[in-house]
Write a protein that binds this ligand. Structure first.
Ligand code: PBG
Length: 327
């Protein structure tokens, strides 16, 4: 092996064209998915305090938003709903005319080829804030599966393109796949939030969705941030149950999990660059402690370099603008 002075790694770094020629990872707008919060009411566009630049949108304001997303070359959105009312069974999650179901109709009618991905979980819809049905103080795994299946079916009937279960119940992918197939939706893919860690980085999202658990925490279902091998078993389990796309979440603190998954599993991998990761960058940028554009593009590129094919990020619109200007 050549060593210095024959070897000079700086040779390939001296000019922009040389650096471009040997660049291994190229981020594009097609890698990005943009999460959207939809809410009841009219003419609402309310900024989320904990997430600057992110809004709660009423359906009449959704059209402009998705038109812009389409124009920026972002292939899809991930929908989150804020229900009218929360109850112990999270009923609005699976109502035919729930907020997400209505939002799907609106988007698919306006822009049929924008991918609509829907988060399937109960935590935004339950008054106790847990992701499943309670039995005593415990989240009842198997009773929850039926409600996830109902939620998923209501989304695909409304026109959703991809179902994204995020509750971390055992067997949820198997149950949802079976229901979709039984109802004639065997072509609808599932993007499973497979390795979803019990992370503190979801804080700003929970403020945005008022979805914090009212007692306890999510550690009996979400995976332990300390366990990389268990995360891989979660990913494998969802593949075995029928997931088409697997996800690691959060992204930045879990790049090792993404990289190991990429090495071992030949499935499309999504990474969720979550709310806390977003809000930290926004706060630092607003203080001018970091340069937002270069930091965001560096973060997203590193997630892709680790092995993610799909990056769900609140930075998507802004990142797309930066990427398009560069051309
Ligand atoms: C619901 C869900 C959560 C997120 C997406 N879907 C959070 C949670 O477990 O409270 C978090 C997204 C984010 O922080 O950006 N199960």
């Amino acid at each position: 092996m050549a060593t210095y002075p024959q070897l000079r790694l700086r040779r390939l770094r001296n000019t922009a064209p040389l650096r471009a020629l040997v660049r291994e990872t190229k981020l594009t707008t097609e890698d990005l998915i943009y999460p959207i919060f939809v809410t009841h009411g009219r003419d609402l566009r309310k900024e989320v305090t904990s997430m600057p630049g992110i809004y709660h949108l009423s359906l009449d304001n959704l059209l402009d938003e998705v038109a812009e997303i389409k124009k920026l070359g972002i292939p899809g959105v991930l929908l989150f709903g804020l229900p009218k009312q929360k109850d112990s069974l999270g009923s609005e999650a699976y109502e035919e005319h729930g907020i997400v179901q209505e939002a799907i109709h609106v988007i698919k009618q306006a822009i049929p080829d924008l991918l609509v991905i829907t988060d399937v979980c109960l935590c935004q819809y339950t008054d106790h804030g847990h992701c499943g049905v309670l039995n005593g103080g415990y989240v009842d795994n198997d009773r929850t599966l039926e409600l996830y299946s109902r939620t998923a079916i209501s989304h695909v009937k409304a026109g959703a393109d991809i179902i994204a279960p995020s509750g971390m119940m055992d067997g949820e992918i198997k149950a949802i796949r079976a229901t979709l197939d039984h109802e004639g939706f065997n072509h609808t893919p599932i993007m499973a939030y497979s390795a979803k860690h019990a992370s503190s980085f979801y804080g700003p999202f929970r403020l945005a969705a008022s979805s914090s658990p009212q007692f306890g925490d999510r550690r009996s279902y979400q995976t332990d941030p300390a366990n990389g091998r268990m995360a891989l078993r979660e990913l494998q389990a969802d593949i075995d149950e029928g997931a088409d796309i697997i996800m690691v979440k959060p992204a930045i603190s879990y790049l090792d999990v993404i990289a190991r998954a990429r090495d071992r599993l030949d499935y499309p991998i999504a990474a969720y660059n979550v709310s806390g990761e977003y809000s930290m960058v926004k706060a630092a940028a607003e203080n001018e402690w970091i340069h937002e554009e270069t930091v965001v593009l560096e973060i997203l590129t590193s997630i892709k370099r680790a092995g993610a094919d799909i990056i769900v990020t609140y930075h998507a619109k802004q990142a797309a603008r930066w990427l398009l200007n560069e051309r």
